[in-house]
Ligand binder design. Structure first.
Ligand SMILES: Nc1nc2c(ncn2[C@@H]2O[C@H](COP(=O)(O)OP(=O)(O)OP(=O)(O)O)[C@@H](O)[C@H]2O)c(=O)[nH]1
Ligand SMILES: [Zn+2]
Length: 481
């Protein structure tokens, strides 16, 4: 059996990964992706000019039409419900079960969020309508005693974030700490850019203020103002500033993002327990869990997250935790690298308030070029006298490289008439591509899964691989969920 260039490549993967990890952390897995996804033509493709992928676009289209077969409910629609039906919000997803909270208004007027353990109706799965945490759903066949039900339909989403996957998010709270760890301007910029890209209201908060002096706070306040943000300073330790945060979060679904160790879990715990202003006591929402449920309990604090289990990827569950004053808050594991996968070269500028302002204030109202990337060409109104301009450049470059990569691997990938399969004893075998078209649109998911499997194998070889924090791997996992 001749060794193909691909299997040769595969056999060198661990070494290549090590090299890549050393030299360019954010892109090392793109390389594996490339090896995995273009076994037959990776060599030829490299030199070809990128072309938009018609098949991929078509697949996307088919998928859309297909999913519209589902009876979609408008966000504020009030479907007529039977006694065994209710509208609720998906608060957590675990294996095949979803925990849905339905609001009941008993006689005394107090709202109670009742937890139901639900499965998703088969037809929704069949038509690939994904139910996400945060989705507003119709639950049917409810057994009010056993607290079971079936998710029968999903309402249209007002928003959807991908990392972590949550629907109907009203606000993103970007949390950093002043010290332990200190604010890193570029990392903060990445988080802000990712958050801005969803076009969801955004609050920036800085925790652990008691660890620094007034001057430092003042300096950061001015600095962040020049970036276009009005930060909330707070300390979970001293409870300073928690009132204003509680105010922002009330009656909304908020996702808290930020690097590891800044105090996201601590903040959530304190907001959900002993921090109650007289105001928020009044409209308390009661929560009536299924006995034995644990998912909504206090978040673990100060624990470094590790991937548990071998071979299988543990899903990082995201849960919407009910707040006393109404609303939900979601904790996210401390990812230090937002993936920025949904940010494009063209949309990046809009994620910088500084650029938005320059474009708004300018006469005429835009650059002399359409699609200007604001690289300081003559006629571009975005001038370089602002602090984060170098970050803009750096991120633009990163996104450009990623986009070019994506075009090469997905974009120019021609569907050959053979595919490669790793058979017995790891030997590659070619076989005719016989799949009917309608199944092919899932191929990316399958590829992603095999990528994940491969990463698992790799991880066995190389314990130091930090997959949990890898933005690309995470994004792929989210897409696969
Ligand atoms: N000094 C000080 N320490 C704090 C404050 N808030 C949280 N901490 C501590 O910071 C550490 C990390 O807190 P966590 O709440 O686990 O941080 P996290 O952001 O959830 O971290 P990950 O779960 O890794 O994403 C813990 O030891 C907390 O006790 C604060 O206001 N001041
Ligand atoms: Zn410009």
């Amino acid at each position: 059996m001749p060794i193909t260039s691909f299997s040769l490549f595969r056999s060198r993967l661990p070494a290549i990964t090590t090299v890549l990890r050393r030299h360019s952390p954010p892109y090392r897995h793109l390389f594996i992706l490339s090896a995995k996804q273009t076994p037959s033509n990776s060599r030829q493709n490299v030199s070809k000019k990128p072309q938009p992928n018609k098949n991929l676009l078509k697949a996307k289209h088919t998928f859309k039409d297909y999913s519209s077969l589902a009876p979609v409910l408008a966000p504020n629609e009030t479907p007529s419900l039977s006694d065994s039906q209710a509208v609720g919000a998906v608060a957590a997803a675990q294996a095949n079960f979803m925990r849905v909270i339905v609001q009941r208004e008993p006689e005394d007027g107090m709202k109670t969020g009742l937890e139901l353990l639900c499965v998703v109706r088969a037809v929704l799965k069949k038509i690939k309508r994904r139910v996400l945490v945060g989705d507003k759903v119709v639950v049917g066949s409810i057994d009010w005693v056993e607290r079971r039900g079936v998710i029968e339909n999903v309402f249209q989403r007002s928003s959807e974030i991908v990392d972590p996957p949550v629907a109907n998010v009203d606000r993103l709270l970007v949390l950093f700490s002043m010290e332990q760890p200190p604010v890193e301007p570029f990392m903060l910029t990445r988080f802000l850019v990712e958050a801005e890209s969803y076009r969801i209201p955004l609050t920036l908060a800085l925790n652990k203020t008691e660890l620094v002096d007034e001057e430092t706070l003042f300096a950061w306040k001015n600095r962040l103002r020049s970036w276009g943000y009005e930060p909330v300073f707070c300390s979970v330790e001293t409870k300073n500033g928690l009132d204003s945060l509680a105010f922002y979060l009330r009656d909304q679904t908020t996702v808290i993002v930020g690097p590891s160790g800044v105090g996201k879990s601590s903040l959530i715990n304190v907001l959900r327990s002993d921090h109650r202003t007289p105001d928020s006591l009044e409209g308390d929402n009661l929560f009536d869990p299924i006995s034995g449920s644990k998912w909504f309990e206090d978040q673990r604090v100060g624990e470094v997250s590790t991937r548990s289990g071998r071979g299988k990827h543990t899903t990082r569950h995201v849960s919407l935790l009910p707040l006393l004053g109404g609303g939900y808050v979601a904790d996210t594991p401390g990812f230090n690298q937002p993936s920025l996968l949904k940010v494009t070269k063209q949309s990046l500028a809009q994620a910088f308030p500084e650029i938005r302002k320059m474009l708004k204030d300018s006469e005429p109202a835009k650059c002399s070029f359409n699609d200007c990337l604001h690289l300081g060409e003559p006629g571009c109104i975005v001038k370089g006298d602002w602090e984060r301009y170098p970050y803009y450049f750096q991120l633009l470059d990163e996104i450009r490289i990623r986009e070019e990569f994506q075009l090469r691997t997905f974009g120019t990938k021609r569907e050959g008439d053979v595919r490669y399969k790793v058979g017995d004893m790891g030997v590659q075998q070619a076989e005719p591509r016989l799949e009917p078209k309608k199944h092919r649109r899932q191929s990316r998911k399958r590829i992603n899964q095999s990528l994940l499997d491969e990463l698992d194998e790799l991880e066995d070889d190389d314990d130091s691989l930090d997959l949990e924090n890898d933005p690309i791997v995470r994004a792929i996992e989210n897409e696969n969920q």
